[in-house]
Design a protein around this ligand. Structure first.
Ligand code: SF4
Ligand code: SF4
Length: 114
């Protein structure tokens, strides 16, 4: 079965080792700007949200970022057979998932849209 990368932003500790492993493995330089994974900081207080860029090719099936992540925030797993689940999470989906886990709805606003 096909495998894909998945991120659990709640586990991420923002060490950015994934960015360094990605760019050094490919370019042999430590320049995180060239990495194919970006650890964005979102919210107040800021918390990390790792996101893969469209250039990520899973390192040909042996992802360096997965191997180096110290807290298993990134995994490379068999695809969920659900057709509505994306192969590589986009930025908006990761941030939305993160927000829904760390910011419960305000009292009185549950289930309502503003
Ligand atoms: S995903 Fe893992 S390696 Fe990357 S910043 Fe988060 S904890 Fe560090
Ligand atoms: S799978 Fe490889 S190319 Fe993709 S972000 Fe991780 S280290 Fe970079």
């Amino acid at each position: 079965m096909k495998k894909s990368l998945k991120v659990d932003p709640v586990k991420c500790v923002a060490c950015r080792l994934c960015e360094l492993a990605c760019v050094f493995g490919r370019e042999k330089v430590y320049n995180p700007k060239m990495a194919r994974i970006k650890v964005h900081m979102v919210g107040i207080p800021e918390l990390p949200a790792p996101v893969f860029t469209r250039l990520c090719d899973t390192c040909g099936g042996n992802p360096r970022c997965v191997a180096i992540c110290p807290v298993n925030a990134i995994t490379y797993e068999e695809d969920n057979p659900r057709p509505d689940q994306k192969t590589i999470p986009d930025h908006e989906a990761v941030v939305h998932s993160w927000l829904s886990q760390v910011m419960p709805p305000k009292p009185g606003n549950a289930g309502t849209e503003q």
